[in-house]
Design a protein around this ligand. Structure first.
Ligand SMILES: *Cc1c(COP(=O)(O)O)cnc(C)c1O
Length: 476
């Protein structure tokens, strides 16, 4: 864990800095400048000890890489809709930024659909997937032109009734299948196991034939959907899931005698490297793996939909927390910070599956130097396991310093967990100036935009039934 890159505050989970990843190094430099500026500009301090930061240039870069990766392998003219999985970062300004970068929205609840709309994502760039859509949600999607993928035969039956009653044009409709290709290293995130709750389990007895017939009997089913991966799934296994969906589409179209399935929705799930600043695997690698495994996918006969979430946002977010107290217990230093289970729920409850890199900054927000000391980085919640990192070698964190949890742009600070009624922290987007191109290499000012304000104590009380204090005592 010893030597980290000169001038950055990063420790390495797996050892070895990947200095070949130039854009990762540039992003790390931008991050360090943003932390320094957040302290200097008073966004972070004794009274606001916790913030989430989003690197706007980094998000734009990832969106551009995604578009370029698929454009490079798809036949010219192939319609491709990249729909960001809103659950990964359900923040309206983020959705607007991605929309401006040519990325639509994949939603899975009325709340997520409302967020996409608030961001200005049009219905024709929105896809609704969820394993538990109510009749009202289905009706709303059909009426407003939002594409949707039915999860199971009961949902297809609901669509039958709605389609029969529809008066206007229908949005693209499809069925989600589970190719049952197996899981990855994280059971809770493996969507394509034999017993996964998602989609029609394709290898179950009679299921494949049911799906084919469902399409043959319903000319309005024109899409096929599979989302077979997420963190912990190897690329080759993800490609196997896409290959299974492709083969099924080919079978349906052959038996239909026409190109009934015109679009394949291949889901998201590209894993993210949490061990260094390098972006690996890349969208370009995944697109090449797909082209190798499923050549027909890109020959222009099928439109494509993707639903990436974590891989678009994770590396562009940082949680920064003030060290309130620095203590020692049983001979081990413990930094008690303001970031714990409320902003890093997965890491705290499943530290083995979700380790995060921690960067140490001094009280002025400068990367901390000095000998590394094995220490724990704790959160503010009142249970012993509320730890961001245990036994981590870092420059010793002292009172008033800052600890940053890296790669937390997806499924972390945007996924607040209200333990101990801890407030949702403010989230700021930043742009590093002085370099013209946003690369972060310059030394100008850092500009911040508020994405979300910190939750107030009054809001916490209101959301906890504050206006109904006597509701239970007055119940006769
Ligand atoms: C969660 C989810 C995604 C996004 O997964 P990531 O691992 O964040 O890329 C895409 N599609 C569906 C249906 C999902 O449930």
């Amino acid at each position: 864990m010893g030597d980290h890159r000169e001038g950055t505050a990063v420790d390495q989970l797996s050892g070895g800095t990947d200095t070949t990843d130039a854009s990762g190094a540039v992003a790390a430099a931008r991050r360090d400048r943003a932390v320094r500026a957040a302290v200097a500009q008073g966004l972070l301090g004794p009274d606001t000890p916790l913030v989430g930061l989003l690197d706007v240039a980094g998000i734009r870069e990832s969106a551009a890489e995604l578009r370029a990766a698929f454009a490079a392998v798809a036949a010219p003219g192939t319609p491709v809709l990249h729909a960001f999985a809103v659950k990964a970062a359900p923040l309206v300004p983020v959705l607007r930024l991605l929309h401006e970068e040519g990325v639509g929205a994949e939603v899975a609840s009325p709340g997520e659909l409302a967020l996409a709309r608030a961001a200005g994502v049009p219905a024709e760039r929105t896809v609704l997937d969820s394993p538990a859509k109510t009749p009202a949600e289905l009706r709303e999607a059909l009426a407003s032109g939002v594409a949707l993928n039915a999860d199971n035969p009961q949902e297809v039956a609901r669509l039958d009734a709605l389609v029969a009653a529809a008066t206007g044009p229908l949005p693209p409709l499809g069925v989600r299948v589970n190719p049952q290709i197996g899981g990855g290293s994280i059971e809770a995130l493996s969507t394509a196991t034999a017993t996964s709750k998602f989609g029609v389990a394709l290898r179950d007895e009679g299921a494949r034939e049911w799906v084919v017939r469902a399409y043959l009997e319903r000319p309005w089913l024109t899409r096929l959907h599979a989302h077979t991966g997420s963190q912990g799934i190897p690329l080759a296994l993800m490609a196997k899931g896409v290959a299974a969906a492709y083969a099924l589409a080919e079978e349906i179209n052959e038996r239909a005698g026409r190109r009934q399935v015109d679009t394949l929705d291949i889901g998201g799930g590209l894993p993210v490297n949490f061990a260094s600043d390098a972006t690996t695997p890349t969208y370009a690698e995944y697109a090449r793996v797909l082209r190798e495994a499923v050549p027909g996918l890109f020959d222009g006969r099928y439109g494509l939909v993707t639903e990436f979430g974590r891989s678009l946002l994770a590396k562009h977010g940082t949680v920064v927390a003030r060290v309130e107290y620095a203590k020692s217990a049983g001979g081990r230093p413990v930094a008690v910070t303001h970031a714990g289970v409320q902003v890093a729920t997965r890491t705290v409850y499943a530290p083995g599956a979700w380790p995060l890199r921690i960067a140490a900054y001094d009280a002025g927000g400068r990367p901390k130097t000095g000998p590394e000391v094995v220490q724990d980085v704790a959160g503010p919640a009142c249970f012993a396991g509320d730890l961001l990192a245990t036994g981590r070698a870092l420059p010793l964190l002292e009172q008033g310093d800052y600890a940053a949890a890296l790669d937390t742009g997806a499924y972390y600070f945007a996924h607040h967990y209200a333990y101990n009624s801890l407030a949702r922290p403010a989230v700021y987007g930043f742009l590093t100036g002085g370099d013209g191109d946003g690369s972060g290499a310059g030394s100008g000012e850092v500009a911040f935009a508020t994405v979300r304000e910190e939750q107030s104590v009054a809001e916490i009380v209101a959301e906890a039934g504050g206006a109904r204090a006597a509701a239970l005592t007055s119940l006769a």
